[in-house]
Write a protein that binds this ligand. Structure first.
Ligand SMILES: [Zn+2]
Length: 445
């Protein structure tokens, strides 16, 4: 697509500018003075903020096999509506789980003609599949993913340290990370008034120590192997100092956190509100502020959704049992406004948000030279965002397969008005405008 995008507020690596972006063949060809003329059609966005589209590297799309939870079509439409043009799908909770070449190929096949945005894949590490890892790496997975505690999916058991060691050997020379769910079950002391319906009981059943213990091991392995280890969805801020020290030591450790740990606090979650159940859990307000500090200090590298929906029946909404409810929060479409709403309260700029949700995430999957910036030569993946417009989250506006999410009825700041992918307008004002033109992203291309 060839066109120009004009605005008084274009977020470039050199800051906010009034400019004209010239797009040719899906790429940003030039960024020129706004007063210049062009032969190409011009979309004038006035004062709206024009920012790079987001990359979300932690999404559970659940297809094939659990399409009744989510699917490629609904997830990628929700992504487009949320200003995201690149997703990476986790190796679970699809069925089969992605743990060898056959299941990876099944996943790639089932994504065909359903992707409204670009999508890559991770390969799973489970006990006993070490012979399958190189095959998945050669087939282009963007990383390997392992659990150090129960994943909730029987076919995706957690690994021990020796499995992690094998995986770290396998990624050597391939320039991809080993992503780890960093919690180790160290048990917990059941409080006297424990109740399966109480959020406070649930929270105490997954204490910070679980994360601390796992992260200690990962830091040690990182020192030993000098390979890229990535800690997914950090919830407890108690590990921040250790991670910061590990990074100063030069270890290749990166860390993500998620909108729900930054937006919600356990202090406001009432009993039986199982929509808030996820693992690791949402912790208290003090912890949330510490996570924000770690983001500001650059100890946490980026923010991704960990969109992990399920069929609403499995959330046990009526019954309200935290023991029985599926753990996972549905949020893909809402990440940007949720994070931005909290940033406004803390005086954090939209530049920082863009760094945490576009630049650093694109970089993480090796796409940092073509995605995540409004810069000459980059893909024209661009969002027109109104940072001052407020909206209330309703079921009707969500493209997720199921509409249950703890963000329902919340007031958020920041609306995604228009989204371009490769210069094509794919979303505007609540509507998806194109056919599924998303591509599959494989490592190395
Ligand atoms: Zn996840």
């Amino acid at each position: 697509m060839n066109l120009c995008i004009k605005s008084k507020n274009i977020l470039t690596p050199d800051g906010l500018k009034e400019a004209l972006i010239i797009i040719e063949n899906g790429l940003i060809k030039d960024i020129v003075n706004h007063a210049e003329n062009s032969e190409l059609p011009v979309e004038d966005f006035g004062e709206l903020l024009i920012m790079p589209a987001l990359t979300d590297t932690h999404v559970h799309i659940n297809e094939p096999g659990r399409e009744d939870w989510e699917g490629f079509e609904t997830a990628t439409k929700a992504a487009a509506a949320g200003g995201i043009t690149t997703l990476v799908d986790m190796p679970l909770n699809s069925s089969p789980v992605t743990i060898d070449i056959d299941s990876l190929n099944m996943k790639i096949h089932s994504a065909e003609n359903k992707l409204f945005v670009d999508c890559g894949f991770y390969g799973g590490v489970i006990p006993g599949n070490s012979d399958m890892l190189s095959g998945m790496i050669d087939s282009g997975v963007l990383g390997l993913k392992a659990f150090m505690t129960d994943s909730g999916i029987d076919e995706f058991p957690f690994v021990n340290e020796s499995d992690l060691r094998i995986a770290l050997k396998k990624i050597e020379g391939n320039n991809i990370p080993l992503l780890v769910h960093a919690e180790i079950d160290c048990g917990f002391i059941k409080e006297k008034n424990y109740s399966e319906f109480s959020y406070s009981s649930f929270l105490k059943s997954r204490p910070s120590e679980w994360e601390l213990k796992a992260i200690d091991i990962l830091i040690r392995l990182s020192r030993e192997f000098d390979q890229h280890i990535h800690i997914v969805h950090l919830s407890s801020a108690e590990s921040v100092n250790k991670i910061s020290e590990a990074k100063s030591e030069g270890l290749k450790i990166t860390v993500e956190t998620c909108p729900h740990y930054l937006f919600f606090s356990s202090d406001e979650i009432k009993d039986k509100q199982t929509l808030y159940k996820c693992a690791p859990p949402i912790r208290n307000d003090h912890n949330r502020e510490k996570l924000w500090e770690a983001l500001k200090d650059g100890v946490i590298d980026f923010i991704v959704s960990d969109h992990s929906p399920c069929h609403p029946d499995l959330k046990c909404i009526e019954e309200g049992s935290f023991e029985k409810a599926w753990g996972g929060i549905s949020s893909l479409q809402l990440g940007l406004p949720a994070v931005w709403t909290e940033c406004r309260k803390r005086g954090i700029s939209i530049q920082t948000v863009s760094k945490l949700m576009s630049n650093n995430t694109a970089e993480f999957i090796g796409q940092g030279d073509k995605k995540g910036k409004i810069k000459i030569g980059y893909n024209a993946d661009i969002v027109a965002f109104d940072p001052d417009r407020k909206f209330k989250v309703t079921e009707e506006m969500l493209f997720h397969k199921h509409k249950k999410t703890p963000y329902l009825n919340r007031e958020l700041f920041g609306t995604v008005e228009t989204v371009f992918m490769n210069g094509n307008k794919i979303y505007e004002n609540g509507k998806i405008l194109t056919e599924p033109n998303g591509k599959i992203i494989l490592n190395g291309n």
